[in-house]
Design a protein around this ligand. Structure first.
Ligand SMILES: [Zn+2]
Length: 247
């Protein structure tokens, strides 16, 4: 299994794409979060890491929550799937997140369409564009070669962390969260832990992660950081945009 680091920035970054990742097993992959401009982000990450990421082999977009720096690419990617690939975009998320996704985030740009100027607009709905697999915290979900688990985090709006398994390995991703020792425990068994370090205000201060046991820190990589963050001297190793990590 491989992690391709597509973006590492927080919501205010001018240097990096918003944090998002490809999790790859064989030729299949899952996209973890979907900021705009996602097709450019994926193309650059794929070329930089030397890992093919064809959208025809995308098994799902794991959507952690609805803040724009995680979801702003979803409309464009769903349209790309509908009108270029001719299929629905596979989506993996929790019902608490899906409950607001169409009405509060996507409908403004996707609900109405007309095929010609002299025809009346036609109303579309969420299921016209998305093939959704609902994740729940009680049961792992099989998605192609992957097994996907989720867990609620401590954030402003409903948000899920993920554990994604394939080939006997596991990558854990915190998504956005305040520092949460119970979440760290949940991620601790993973072979690689991607944890945000976005600072205060329902994010995790790096100083908190630096206090974790060495056994956790050694397999943890931080992300969702500020432009002025000192990557080279971080007490917990930081992901770099464009890298690929074998797990
Ligand atoms: Zn957020």
């Amino acid at each position: 299994m491989r992690l391709v680091v597509l973006g590492v920035g927080n919501a205010f970054s001018a240097d990096w794409y918003s944090s998002c990742y490809a999790i790859v097993a064989g030729e299949e992959w899952i996209l973890f979060d979907c900021p705009h401009p996602i097709r450019k982000i994926v193309q650059e990450g794929s070329r930089g890491a030397g890992v093919p990421l064809p959208f025809e082999r995308l098994r799902g977009v794991f959507l952690s929550h609805l803040h724009a720096d995680h979801v702003s690419g979803l409309e464009g990617l769903a349209y790309y799937f509908a009108y270029v690939l001719g299929k629905k975009l596979p989506l993996l998320t929790h019902r608490d997140i899906g409950a607001s996704l169409w009405n509060c985030t996507l409908a403004g740009g996707m609900e109405w369409s007309r095929s010609q100027t002299d025809l009346k607009p036609v109303r579309r709905n969420f299921d016209d564009f998305f093939a959704t697999t609902w994740l729940d915290e009680a049961t792992p979900t099989a998605v192609g070669p992957f097994r996907v688990e989720c867990r609620q985090t401590l954030h402003n709006i409903p948000t899920i962390a993920g554990r994604i398994h394939a080939g006997g390995k596991c990558i854990g991703l915190s998504a956005d969260t305040a520092f949460d020792p119970a979440l760290i425990d949940w991620l601790a068994a993973c072979d690689l832990i991607v944890h945000e370090a976005g600072g205060p205000f329902l994010h995790t201060p790096l100083e908190k992660l630096a206090t974790l046991p060495e056994s956790i820190r050694r397999k943890m990589r931080i992300t969702h950081y500020r432009d002025d963050f000192d990557v080279a001297n971080s007490p917990v190793a930081a992901l770099r945009q464009g890298q690929a990590i074998e797990v």
